[in-house]
Design a protein around this ligand. Structure first.
Ligand code: SR1
Ligand code: MG
Length: 423
């Protein structure tokens, strides 16, 4: 038997020759490779992404590289992350439906996934920077969180099936290691790859790095992240992993998938809306963004409300796993016991979600991987003011999360920080 070809990175020039006989692709876009148009459009930190236009349609080809694209080949990263992304995508699509794109083909050796081309979708982060908030994202993302987090857990899956799946994803250790270091540890000391965008932040950065309570909370959250294998997480659910039109939402890029705490995906996602809120002041050249600021806070509230409602519905209708066995509650006429257990679980997710959100905000301003919400603000003074407010907000969430009883209270604080009414 012929050896499988060894991994080789694609280029726009080589792609037609390399994939011209891949049926799953030619069936969708046409087989006349001479007429294919290929563009490399990857703007993330890790991978190659190509849009391939053919006579009959278009598709996305995503290929992992054996290193971190953002840094270069001095930071090797295993190609197998593509395997985890593929398996996460198929599970998420089964659990959450069309909000996850359709996968046409996976080639493990070449670490490539061929999938649905989303058009006219754009990255949600870009929409928010441009001043647009698609109207359905609160509902869609709340549903995505509830269905994927519930159905990937011991509340729903059979115990053996879940353990086997957990073992499969446990090998995604290098991607977890990135999060463990870049999110939970590096921002809180003078790590080599850290940067912040203005010397004007030096003071607050030093204060945060000397903040014992904050460092302890960051490590408590890291402990939960590393040891609470509750469900299959997306693992990198920020607004750059979401594509939107005015009324459609798609969630992509789950290469950081692993079994971890439910609150992590929720917290990372909400953090990105809060950062978008604090960044708006830097994008007001073409007009006031007060309405969008309100909408961003409303979106956070809606995501959480929809998540709670859908998670509760699944609790009552799909609780087929080993946890909170119905024989202990409903079957004994103890509906109250079931409701109490659900409330308790949702409360814990809420508290931990706030902590993860605070830490995510910090790492996007203090660490290696920043986000365009702030980076695209050209005026350094203004950008530093936006980032400083967000840093204070993140610290408040991480350290005081057990005492923050409502999102309304948190949003009052966000608005006051934004207006510099408190420092
Ligand atoms: C070295 S990778 C940096 C970041 O990019 C990914 O999107 C993840 O968020 C990761 O933390
Ligand atoms: Mg990504």
């Amino acid at each position: 038997m012929a050896d499988k070809p060894s991994f080789e990175a694609l280029s726009a020039e080589t792609l037609p020759l390399r994939l011209g006989r891949t049926d799953a692709l030619t069936a969708r876009i046409g087989s006349d490779t001479a007429s294919w148009k290929v563009r490399e459009v990857g703007d993330g930190n890790l991978n190659l992404v190509f849009i391939v236009d053919g006579p009959d349609g278009s598709a996305i080809v995503k290929q992992a590289l054996p290193y971190v694209r953002l840094v270069g080949d001095s930071w090797p990263l295993p190609l197998k992350r593509s395997f985890f992304e593929y398996h996460a995508l198929t599970r998420q699509r089964a659990r959450a439906g069309n909000i996850v794109p359709e996968i046409f083909h996976f080639d493990e050796g070449q670490a490539l996934i061929i999938m649905e081309f989303l058009t006219p979708h754009i990255i949600l982060r870009r929409a928010l920077i441009e001043g647009r908030r698609p109207k359905n994202i609160g509902r869609d993302l709340g549903l995505f969180l509830a269905t994927t987090l519930f159905r990937g857990s011991d509340l729903s899956m059979g115990a053996r099936a879940r353990k086997e799946d957990m073992a499969l994803f446990a090998d995604n250790a290098e991607l977890c290691d990135i999060t463990e270091n870049l999110v939970f540890t590096d921002p809180y000391f003078d790590a080599a790859m850290n940067r912040h965008t203005s010397p004007q932040l030096d003071g607050i950065v030093a204060t945060l790095r000397a903040d014992r309570n904050l460092k302890v909370e960051a490590q408590r959250l890291k402990h939960i992240f590393a040891s609470s294998a509750e469900t299959l997480l997306h693992g990198d659910l920020h607004t750059g992993s979401i594509m939107v039109t005015d009324d459609e939402t798609r969630v992509i890029d789950p290469e950081f998938a692993f079994y971890g705490p439910m609150a992590f995906d929720v917290g990372m996602l909400l953090a990105n809306f809060w950062m978008a809120f604090f960044a708006q002041a830097g994008h007001e050249k073409a007009g006031d963004r007060s309405v969008l600021r309100d909408e961003l806070l409303d979106t956070v509230t809606e995501i959480w409300a929809v998540f709670r409602t859908e998670f509760s519905r699944l609790w009552h209708s799909e609780r087929t796993g080993m946890l909170y066995d119905r024989r202990l509650f409903e079957d004994q006429g103890d509906a109250l016991g079931s409701a109490q257990a659900l409330d308790c679980l949702l409360h814990q997710i809420y508290v931990d979600m706030l902590g993860f959100a605070g830490i995510e905000i910090h790492r996007r301003i203090l660490g290696l991987a920043h986000n365009a919400d702030f980076e695209d603000i050209a005026d350094e003074n203004l950008r530093a003011r936006c980032e400083a407010r967000a840093l204070k907000f993140g610290r408040h969430l991480a350290v005081n999360r057990n005492r923050l009883v409502s999102l309304q209270e948190i949003h009052t604080l966000a608005v006051r920080l934004e207006r510099d009414e408190i420092s």
